[in-house]
Design a protein around this ligand. Structure first.
Ligand code: THU
Length: 140
């Protein structure tokens, strides 16, 4: 797939975000790098809590940071996840709640890129990962 942005750079930014993960309970560290339509990048890491349900995924941290800065349109997100202290050996596809948050702000062609490293990654669209999703248009 031809991309109009530097995917390897975005993967490196997600890997950098993963270094900040606060995951003392699961020891599963996730980093995300969210690219806005105007070309800015918002990193996020997962942030766990002793009250497990208060945990927030890396993807949502990235989205909430971006929206706080006034962003409303997005091009792509890279997600890198794996056991603490190890290079990821599988792809960390976003959980259902994060897919729903993406649906709030992104169109069907938003790119979700899961990566193990700068050479191994898979690209999907939001429409592929959240078919028949529920969105604001249903409430209009
Ligand atoms: N996690 C993410 O940050 N993103 C995902 O898409 C899946 C799960 C985090 C939440 C929790 O801190 C840890 O991974 C284990 O579920």
């Amino acid at each position: 797939m031809e991309l109009d942005f530097d995917v390897k750079k975005l993967i490196k930014q997600a890997m950098g975000a993963r270094m900040k993960a606060y995951a003392p309970y699961s020891n599963y560290q996730v980093g995300a790098a969210l690219l806005s339509a105007q070309g800015r990048v918002y990193p996020g890491c997962n942030q766990e809590n002793a009250s497990y349900g208060a945990t927030v995924c890396a993807e949502r941290v990235a989205f909430f940071r971006a929206v706080q800065e006034g962003e409303r349109a997005f091009r792509a997100i890279v997600i890198v996840g794996g056991k603490a202290g190890e290079e990821p050996d599988s792809y960390a596809y976003p959980c259902g709640i994060c897919r729903q948050v993406m649906k709030e702000f992104c169109k069907d062609d938003f790119l979700i890129i899961v990566a193990k490293n700068t050479k191994e990654y898979e690209i999907s669209t939001l429409a592929e990962l959240l078919p028949h999703g529920f969105g604001g248009e249903n409430l209009a």
